[in-house]
Design a protein around this ligand. Sequence first.
Ligand SMILES: Nc1ncnc2c1ncn2[C@@H]1O[C@H](COP(=O)(O)OP(=O)(O)OP(=O)(O)O)[C@@H](O)[C@H]1O
Length: 732
Amino acid sequence: MTSLVDRYKNRPNTEEFEIQCLASFCSENRILSKSEVSSQKKSSEDKVIKLNNDCGYMMKRTRTEPAVVRYPRFSPKKDPEKYFHSLLQLFLPHYEDWQLKPESFRTYEEFYNNGAVKCGRDVTQVKCIVDANRALFEKESDKIDRAQQLLEQGVDLEDAWAALCPETEKERHECIELRKSNPIPDEDDSECSIPDLVANPRTPYSIETNHTGMSREEALCLLRSLNAQQSAVFYKVRKWCLEKLLGENPEPFHLFVTGGAGTGKSHLIKAIYYESSRLLSQMSENPDDRSVILTASTGVASFQIGASTIHNTFSIGANVKLPYQPLGDDKINSLRAKLGGLQILIIDEVSMVDHHLLSYVHGRLRQIKQTGDYSIFGRVSLVCVGDFYQLPPVKGIPLYVDPKGVNLWDNNFEIAELTQVVRQQDASFAEMLNRLRVHKKNETLSPNDINMLKQCETGEECDAIHIFPTNAQVDEYNIQKLNKCCPEAITIHARDFARNPETGRIERKVGFHAKVFNSCLDKCVSLGVGARVMLRKNVDVSDGLVNGAFGTVVHIIQRSKQRQKYSPNSTVIEVEEDQVTNDGGLRRQFPLKLAWACTIHKVQGLTVDKAVVSLDKVFSPGQAYVALSRVRTLDGLIINNFKESVIYCNEKIDSAMKNMPRLALENYSNPFYLCNTEIELYHCIVYSVFVSIPCEHYPETPRWSESGRSSLKFKQVIINHNPLSPIIAVLS
Ligand SMILES: Nc1ncnc2c1ncn2[C@@H]1O[C@H](COP(=O)(O)OP(=O)(O)OP(=O)(O)O)[C@@H](O)[C@H]1O
């Protein structure tokens, strides 16, 4: 496989790239995969940069912040040659290795101190170039070097922890005192439960890598916010990581973390992800290795927790069929390069995973890990998180039902159940939701529950998100809103292409393909400035531009070639192309859909302050419960078409859950709770989705023009979007 360093050495020989050092190259550009190259070339050819000697393609990072560059650090005293070689390699622009130490210099250090090179038009001292470039990347390098030296000298690590986190250390000491007078058997009451106190026997020191995108302060807040049940699961996983770190080789674990809607499952796995990545990264020599990955079954769910989808992570196509189709050599090698060191896989919203998909996860992990035996999931530990009482998979058999074939779920997972509802602080509302969760079809709801729900039938008209069971209801509501809110809306027709049987060439089709498959690109997309929209495809998962991400259209560009940025949060949405028929027929269309309303399937995992829920045409178990449990308070819930009969669960869930072995949460309780009887709840800012941005208005043709198809061709739709902010805006 071509390494990043090779790619750097094969960057274009233009003025711009000649003066670029390796660190800037890695941070400012993104290497494109083969599939990305073809799609990007179609849409934005001028942005794709070809590397020399068939080293692939790259693009400048424009949508995201520059990437964080990770590299090994050597001691200038112990390993001066490695130290100066690394400095020159990272920060001195070069194309060949000899340029880092020309023949006339004996050592890298000598070249760094006394060398001069032509950089751009001027001859400049090597030291000046390296120091200037280094300053851009190593803001606190002196402090880090000093901390590293201290660690190497074997300073008292306990003091280091106390200095980093004095409050926690004080609480820890109080706990220890309390325990002396009132001893409680607890496995966590050992030094090894506090990772920062334990030296890793293999590496005397290490610099932790952080793939989670969370700062230490954010992470500490998150960890401290966990309630007693969340904390117990967290400690169970942390204990395993510590054993791994200490070289005790614990057996992989398979955990199913479940609980009703809003019990904080997703919140908990963010904490688990942070801590386990932090700990296990210390075992890896390459900072880019992923020891832990966070995934989810759907695009929306993955965006909520900053994860990627299972399909995307493991290169699994949309149609998952058994027998298992192994991944080809090229693809598996690149997956292995990324995930070869994987130890824990976290899957959120597992209720929407079916047996086939789980088998594919198993197959991919076995291929990646090459364990040489039949151990499940390639000996990777799994944390599956979700609630079977919520939505089942769209296709396929849910994990709690025996598929009468390959069954990797039964007998392989231990269940940990969270029962404390955190989303709804109002106890009576939370308790009612818990009853709705397990309500069976032939049972009647209590009069109190019915009253409470009927009170929500206020008929209030409001701008809050409207949640419907079916796509048809959603479409009808969206069109009504578009007519009302966007008088100058337009309809953009898809452009379909088919193979001409005589010439064999792909040609524009008159009309549309009669039947299309495997595509979310609609025949017609109606849009207007100010319209709320949802993305239908994963355009850029790392950027949060995933299937299900919401936004507001603020501009539509016709036939324009100019690629203008409209606001710091904007992203261009371009026409996508899908193969939609068996004989190679294609469709080109914007991957957008109006989204004043959306289906219940799209809101699983979401927390909102207010929602209008329609219970008309509910068609699956758990659907009504998911819709009703999205809001924090009863006041925020408006119900249309209330029907008691649509609130029901699948009756097989109860017995399947009862048969699963239980994780005894009390064995993993957090010692801090001994002194904190009051559990402090830390309220996180929840991702809120809609915003409208005032913008210039560009007149368009009327949407429902009598002439039928619009002859306008739309070059691009721009989405201005920052995944880290709680706001997504769509420009078109
Ligand atoms: N310990 C906690 N302290 C404070 N807030 C919390 C805590 N746990 C969860 N929350 C908040 O409660 C809300 C619901 O949490 P979360 O989405 O994790 O629940 P969930 O169990 O995953 O729900 P669902 O099953 O509907 O996806 C979120 O706003 C989350 O930030």
